[in-house]
Design a binder for this molecule. Structure first.
Ligand code: GUN
Ligand code: ZN
Length: 427
């Protein structure tokens, strides 16, 4: 057993729901005990178990759960900051040409190394990831996630209309390639497979039906797609599928359950929210992307009050950074302009335990609690002069977290552990 001694902060319950108990545990001088891949105990230093090796981190270190990015596109890493135009223009002008490059496995290898470097450097221990339509590129993303010890939920994008020819496949071939990747990678170590139809507009009814068939065959696989991000997109879906609202389109093909994560959901109707709640489908809120593409303002409490579980995502490359600090900061600002002030504890929950819950992994990870996987970060409260000043003057744990949310970045992440193994660190 190994003891990590420093400041400790972890969410332990949903702060948006009263009655779930006190939402967090914090110790100014605390410990996290790690045994193998598990957390053995967490508590104030005065109660630490005797006889174990101690890592003295000091009072400038904060031990906290790793971050969960519930929606990103690994292949879009190299096109971050591609400016001008809203969603559909942006897809045609930048995204599809960038994704077409992934027919070349050599290119996929370069980007795969880069994306997991970036995620780990930024303290992300788990992410739900879009690949492109390409079998080999997707295989490479999985292999790199495994090599790095990353908790990845990855899927091959499925697309069979309304994109350049280089990114279109036959629906049956898309199904077959997805199925082969699923059989190879789903539940191998920390990895999981997500059945990934890109979104309704790039899917024929046949493709969605085959994605639904795959989900029926593999009930414990994830489903990952987009919904109601942009008003022009929503109108287009009404033209393409006149018989149903956007969420109904996915529901008709059996694609909504508690392992479904839908990115964005900015323009969902009351009826759609009710459907998602009944199906227990999740929303990945991506505030940085919604601002960058000018998509709109997500109404968080409307979605939470409907009973829909929400996680936070970066949505790289429409999102402009892999940093979940920025995701938290932008989530705050998007609510702030709508008259709602989220607390630092609520934001930290969304980036950690709430993200794990959105990915149905909260029994296994997402918080520092005995029995869970040892997935945690050591943050450096002296990472920059400003963070140092702010942290030293913080008079409460909320103040400390708030400074980190708005000023934290990759320099703040000192060490990253997944399943007890150090997967990233700076000395
Ligand atoms: N909708 C369909 N594809 C995409 C994508 O790549 N990025 C974003 N932000 N929205 C999408
Ligand atoms: Zn996306």
């Amino acid at each position: 057993m190994k003891l990590f001694r420093g400041r400790v902060f972890t969410p332990v319950a949903d702060p948006f729901r009263g009655g779930d108990g006190h939402p967090y545990i914090a110790h100014d001088d605390g410990f996290v005990a790690v045994e193998g891949d598990r957390i053995a105990a967490v508590g104030p230093w005065g109660e630490h178990p005797p006889g174990a090796e101690v890592m003295e981190l000091g009072s400038d270190a904060l031990i906290t759960p790793g971050f969960f990015d519930t929606h990103l596109h690994a292949p879009q890493l190299e096109m971050i900051g591609s400016y001008g135009g809203h969603l559909l223009d942006w897809l045609n002008r930048y995204t599809f040409p960038t994704e077409a490059k992934f027919s070349d496995p050599k290119h996929a290898e370069v980007i795969a190394r880069a994306i997991f470097d970036e995620l780990l450097r930024n303290g992300t221990v788990c992410a739900l990831i879009f690949s492109t339509i390409h079998y080999e590129a997707t295989d490479i993303f999985f292999a790199e996630a495994e090599r790095r010890g990353f908790r990845g939920i990855i899927g091959k994008a499925m697309m069979d209309r309304n994109a350049p020819a280089a990114l279109l496949e036959n629906a049956k071939e898309s199904y077959d390639a997805s199925r082969r990747l699923l059989l190879k990678w789903h539940k191998r170590g920390l990895l999981r497979y997500a059945i990934t139809p890109r979104f309704a507009p790039t899917s024929t009814p046949e493709l969605l039906a085959l994605a639904g068939d795959l989900k029926r065959e593999f009930r414990d696989a994830y489903v990952h797609t987009h919904i109601s991000e942009n008003t022009t997109e929503v109108l287009w879906v009404q033209e393409l599928f006149p018989e149903a609202e956007y969420a109904d389109v996915y529901d008709r093909y059996g694609l909504l359950d508690e392992l479904t994560v839908l990115a964005h959901g900015v323009y969902l109707t009351e009826e759609e929210l009710d459907l998602l709640s009944r199906r227990k489908a999740r929303i990945a809120h991506c505030p940085n992307s919604n601002l960058f593409l000018g998509s709109g303002l997500f109404r968080l409490h409307r979605v939470l009050n409907a009973g829909v579980v929400v996680g936070l995502g970066t949505d790289i490359g429409a999102g402009t950074t892999p940093s979940m600090f920025t995701a938290m900061a932008d989530a705050y600002k998007v609510q702030q302009v709508q008259g709602v002030s989220l607390t630092p504890v609520e934001l930290w929950y969304l980036a950690t335990l709430g993200g794990a819950r959105a990915l149905s992994l909260d029994q296994e990870t997402g918080s520092l609690e005995a029995g869970k996987s040892a997935d945690f970060l050591i943050l450096d409260l002296r990472a920059t002069p400003l963070i140092s000043m702010r942290s030293q003057r913080a008079t409460s744990v909320e103040e400390l977290l708030s400074g980190l949310i708005f000023m934290g970045d990759d320099r703040t992440i000192k060490n990253v552990f997944i399943a007890g193994r150090e997967v990233w660190g700076r000395r």
